[in-house]
Design a protein around this ligand. Structure first.
Ligand code: NAD
Length: 360
């Protein structure tokens, strides 16, 4: 399908194709929606098999950011940069070149870390743009910890809904977020099972949080109350759902459900699914509040994930739909309301001529 038709399909505002032969920069910068505010989204770098695959990711991920920001009630929209990694890439020069493109957007897009990007990449970008978040900024705090706090708030609402007091939680992946989540759950008196492809990470959490280590291939089917995917997306699929023993699925991984129908299937089986982009928004909330609103602390805002999860549960029950669809409805409703407000009071999007041309 041609690019403009693809953009129209999910209503993307702008897609910039990035190409710089000298440094090997190749990729896409996608801005999905800026109705609620500047588009926020990380910069991802990956060895994509094709240009089409990279574009797909940029379109899908930027839209997901709009939904995440909308549901989190943040004054921002969604965007994403997706870069194609390859052997001839001059990484430093490529990130500096990308920074210039971001700078020229004048604040319409704000970026930061994502899969594959390092602190050095962000530092290179920061040499050419002010619109990049560096995770080491004083006062920002650990983004993974903020994300884990949000996951806990969502999980708390799910546990209350099912009347579970001392849960048994199986965490898949104890990296940045999973490790923090284990710590929080341990403090809350939960019993923990953990798995990681890196056995040292799993062992470390076992020692600090009294968790039992499980083999990575067994964690999904572990006997537990909550399955917390904190590694990869797409783990809940038609072939893995029948293996789940948990009554709740709640973790930090993005795109946990392989398809929307998998959310319906979980609901049919009475398994409570905490929508990924609702419960993993803690890091985004912290980043947005720190960089856009200058807030020193975001704990209260992150704690509201608990209330949002309860609202999603209530809506899902009321309309007999999956929690995933209920979350989408709430995110879309806020966006629609903002668009109506903009159209009513500003008369829609107006294109103004630059001042120099207005005289003629
Ligand atoms: P990370 O890379 O620090 O940790 C992921 C861990 O999962 C690693 O230790 C890895 O070895 C392990 N892992 C990978 N595949 C596994 C498997 N099959 N079984 C068991 N363990 C496996 O990543 P992170 O920053 O902790 O993020 C985890 C997930 O949460 C990702 O999907 C990420 O996109 C999402 N997320 C993270 C944040 C954040 O603030 N870091 C925010 C929102 C969403």
């Amino acid at each position: 399908m041609p690019l403009l038709s693809r953009m129209a399909e999910q209503d993307h505002e702008q897609v910039i194709a990035l190409q710089n032969r000298a440094c090997g920069l190749r990729g896409f910068l996608a801005i999905h929606d800026t109705t609620l505010g500047p588009a926020l989204g990380g910069t991802r770098i990956w060895r994509y098999a094709s240009e089409a695959e990279a574009l797909d990711d940029a379109l899908r991920l930027s839209r997901a950011m709009t939904y995440k920001a909308s549901l989190a009630e943040l004054p921002c929209g969604g965007g994403k940069v997706v870069l194609i990694d390859h052997d001839r890439l001059d990484r430093v020069a490529a990130f500096e070149a990308l920074g210039l493109v971001v700078e020229n957007l004048g604040g319409r897009f704000f970026t930061g870390v994502d899969v594959g990007t390092t602190a050095e990449d962000l530092a290179a970008m920061a040499r050419t743009t002010a619109y990049v978040a560096c995770e080491s900024a004083p006062g920002l705090g650990d983004i993974s910890e903020h994300t884990a706090q949000g996951v806990w708030q969502g999980m708390r609402a799910c546990l209350e809904a099912l009347g579970i007091e001392r849960p048994r939680v199986a965490i898949q992946g104890v990296g940045g977020v999973g490790r923090w989540l284990a710590r929080i759950l341990h403090e809350q008196g939960a019993e923990l099972l953990v798995a990681d492809l890196d056995p040292h990470r799993a062992q470390q959490v076992a020692e600090t949080c009294g968790a039992r280590v499980v083999a990575p291939e067994e964690i999904l089917a572990a006997d537990c109350d909550v399955f917390a995917p904190c590694a990869l997306g797409g783990v809940i699929r038609h072939d893995t759902i029948p293996r789940l023993q948990a009554r709740i699925v709640c973790g930090s991984a993005n795109n946990v459900l392989a398809t929307a129908e998998d959310g319906d299937e979980l609901a049919r089986r009475g398994i409570l699914y905490a929508p990924d982009y609702l419960v993993n928004a803690g890091g985004l909330i912290r980043g947005a509040e720190f960089y856009l609103l200058g807030r020193a602390d975001s704990r209260a805002s992150i704690a509201r994930i608990y209330d949002r999860m309860k609202r999603v549960l209530a809506l899902a029950q009321e309309q007999s739909i999956s929690t995933a669809r209920a979350a989408d409805q709430l995110a879309e409703a806020r966006l629609k309301q903002a668009k109506t407000f903009r159209d009513l009071f500003w008369g829609g999007v107006k294109v103004r001529r630059p001042a120099a041309h207005q005289a003629d």
